[in-house]
Write a protein that binds this ligand. Structure first.
Ligand code: FHN
Length: 435
């Protein structure tokens, strides 16, 4: 029996190798989540089996009608690439318990039923053909397995269920070559890592794929946090916001009706700006149609975002870092991402009267330019205010109307751009300025 280390030793070991393991992920910024399963055929949310109280043997019949067209995973990957996404995470098996691969421990799968194809393999091949890093979503909660509920109170059932879950994930991490992300979801019914045996299981899986990145949903913190349906930076750790495309459902819903609820390019760029400001990632979901086609409402916004990133991606991808202090510097009309001595201003509107004043920067500014076309912009700097005047009338970025201005500061190697909120104002409240 392999030797497994204690929780504190495991956390120490995984922390020591995290920077190397996460380097590509921290620079990637933007990924595609894909929720695809029997629920897609229903089109009434991926929780339909539970929320509509389907008897298991009734729900199983959906498998016969689950018929992804040939090439569907390629369609997903081609759209992800066009969108400027760098990695993809597929629901290999959602809570419904149906495996999209040729599982030997779970005959309820897409090779035995429905398409009689290994969709996971097609997904992996499509990712590799489009130079995408590969993530496997794997649900811990399972509404199909007979021990999926009893595991909560029956130790024999829990042992069988944990062995089952481990073997599913072992199959996934041994049969498809190098996999980059293991995206656990919904650790229910057990409420702690001991109940899931996560400490041993994750050590065994890391031994199979030593560079794998694991999220925080197996009741262990692991490599990154997963704020869901909100884009908010997590303090002092890596984080990735996962978002539906429409604020409604991860699984397919009627595109014609879901469309108006879906995000446009500007909303997606706003999410990306928040992730770039906070050195986190955005995992934006699509719920493919029953035949696996990409949902039409996602195509134009993602294509526009990709065109924008092609010209302005320097503001989003790569080694961004956070400002030491919170907001209150720059302009409330811009988002700001930062990379070393460069600050990228994401202008959501092209400044009225073509003037932009940025407060709170103490380090001298060296240059200012439009990122997309490199045009330099005249500026003055006084009393910790940077003033950009006579911005070009045609400077507004044409693809999505989000114009990035790159500011280069005179920062000495190893030093930070110095900022101070309200720096040019006398202190209020006895020296405490709006704490
Ligand atoms: O219950 C799931 C849900 O269906 C979806 O898969 C999301 C994606 O992060 N995770 C769970 C809800 O947190």
């Amino acid at each position: 029996m392999a030797q497994f280390v204690s929780k504190s030793e495991y956390e120490e070991i995984t922390a020591a190798s995290r920077d190397a393991r996460m380097a590509w992920w921290r620079e990637a910024r933007f990924g595609m989540f894909i929720h695809y399963g029997l629920y897609s055929a229903l089109g009434r949310h991926e929780w339909a089996m539970a929320s509509e109280n389907w008897p298991v043997n009734e729900y199983e019949k959906l498998a016969a009608g689950f018929l992804p067209k040939q090439g569907a995973p390629n369609e997903w990957a081609a759209l992800a690439k066009k969108a400027g996404m760098k990695y993809m995470v597929l629901t290999t098996r959602h809570h419904e318990g149906f495996s999209l691969w040729d599982s030997k421990v779970n005959p309820y799968n897409s090779v035995n039923y429905g398409p009689k194809r290994d969709i996971v393999r097609e997904f992996v091949e499509a990712c590799r053909a489009n130079n995408m890093r590969i993530g496997f979503y794997t649900s811990l909660m399972d509404w199909h397995h007979p021990d999926g509920g009893a595991a909560a109170y029956d130790s024999a059932a829990r042992k069988r269920f944990n062995d089952y879950i481990y073997t599913l994930n072992e199959e996934l991490l041994t049969q498809y070559g190098k996999i980059d992300i293991l995206w656990y979801d919904v650790a229910r019914p057990m409420e702690n890592y001991e109940g899931w045996n996560s400490l041993e299981i994750n050590q065994r899986l890391r031994a199979i794929q030593p560079d794998i990145i694991i999220n925080n949903r197996s009741r262990l913190d692991e490599d990154f946090g997963t704020p869901e349906e909100r884009v908010t930076a997590e303090k002092d750790r890596d984080w990735e916001s996962c978002m539906t495309f429409n604020g409604l459902s991860w699984g397919y819903v009627d595109s014609a009706q879901a469309g108006p609820h879906s995000y446009n390019a500007q909303r997606i760029l706003k999410m990306l700006a928040t992730c770039s400001e906070g050195a986190g990632n955005l995992l934006l979901n699509i719920g493919p149609q029953p035949d696996g086609s990409v949902p039409p409402e996602a195509v134009e916004p993602l294509t526009t975002v990709g065109k924008w990133l092609a010209k302005n991606g320097e503001a989003a991808y790569g080694k961004v870092s956070r400002f030491k202090e919170g907001g209150g510097i720059g302009s409330r009309l811009c988002s700001m991402s930062k990379k070393g001595k460069i600050v990228y201003l994401w202008n959501w509107i092209w400044p009225p009267n073509r003037e932009l004043i940025l407060g709170g920067f103490k380090t001298p500014l060296v240059s200012a330019k439009l990122l997309a076309d490199g045009r330099s912009l005249p500026f003055t700097q006084e009393k910790y205010r940077i003033i950009l005047k006579n911005l070009p009338a045609d400077g507004r970025e044409p693809v999505a109307g989000v114009t990035v201005i790159a500011l280069e500061f005179n920062v000495k190697p190893g030093e930070e751009i110095e900022t101070q909120r309200f720096a040019a104002r006398p202190p209020l409240n006895g020296g405490r300025v709006f704490e």
